[in-house]
Design a protein around this ligand. Structure first.
Ligand code: SF4
Ligand code: FES
Length: 257
């Protein structure tokens, strides 16, 4: 009895053809900026073959690794956790690692640019310092008085639920950089800082809620919010950002939290 033999070479080719059959050609239109080369940013088109089930981050990697190594962008985890690759994709703030090419009309050029309202340093990289300064200003850590407890601080499930939504923030800045108030005046604390203040103001174990409320009672604080909901639409974690801001406003009026 003869044993069927596999032609390794042709099966490898077949596999490549099957894989290639999934590929489509897209145009990635990236807003490039290098202050060492030119004073103004410009749109540059890159054509590449991708699987539509790949993510915009994969396409950016292809451009960087195979076409132009000077392309600059931030990314780390590639799984929607670190918050470092927020960018404007087809005019909307999204995480490149969570955006599938098939979901953003690959028949037309896909535009990719830096998030708005923060100074662009190079290509898709912005200066995040003002964003993190606002975050630090609201004291995003548990503050308590008195002696250290000898056992863990207890909290009921209901009390934990009170701020569950705002614990999900990954500090990607998609919300803050989608806010028209922040675009016009970068002094505004911005949605992300308020979300992170909310996370502690409504934590029953924390004892600095009043202090945080006073910080946000500032002219650049919560009252600047115009309830446009851009922040809620932009949040890749599905946090109800506008609702959190409204709750902080209400706590300021009622002093109940
Ligand atoms: S609230 Fe959402 S959009 Fe804003 S920084 Fe946090 S995760 Fe990003
Ligand atoms: S690379 Fe970490 S969130 Fe996208």
């Amino acid at each position: 009895m003869s044993t069927p033999t596999l032609d390794k070479h042709s099966s490898a080719l077949d596999a490549a053809e099957v894989t290639d059959a999934h590929l489509i050609t897209i145009t990635l239109r990236i807003r490039r900026f290098n202050p060492e080369v030119a004073a103004d940013a410009e749109w540059v088109d890159y054509q590449l073959a991708v699987d539509p089930k790949e993510r915009v981050l994969d396409a950016l990697h292809k451009v960087k690794w195979e076409i132009d190594g000077s392309l600059t962008f931030r990314r780390s985890c590639a799984h929607g956790i670190c918050g470092s690759d927020a960018m404007r994709i087809n005019g909307k703030n999204r995480l490149a690692c969570k955006t599938l090419i098939k979901d953003i009309n690959p028949d037309k050029p896909i535009t990719v640019e830096a998030i708005k309202g923060l100074t662009v340093l190079k290509d898709l990289v912005v200066d995040m310092d003002p964003f993190f300064q606002a975050y630090r200003d609201v004291m995003p850590f548990l503050i308590t008085k008195g002696n250290e407890p000898t056992r863990e601080r207890l909290q009921s499930a209901e009390d934990r639920e009170r701020f569950d939504d705002t614990t999900k923030c990954i500090l990607c800045a998609a919300c803050t950089s989608s806010c028209p108030v922040f675009w016009n005046d970068g002094q505004y604390f911005g949605p992300a800082a308020i979300v992170n203040a909310h996370r502690f103001i409504f934590d029953s174990r924390d004892e600095a809620g009043e202090q945080r409320l006073e910080i946000l009672n500032d002219k650049d604080g919560v009252w600047r919010c115009r309830t446009t909901f851009n922040c809620t639409d932009a949040c890749p974690r599905g946090i109800e950002v506008t609702k959190a801001i409204q709750e902080v406003k209400r706590a300021l009026i009622t002093r109940r939290f």
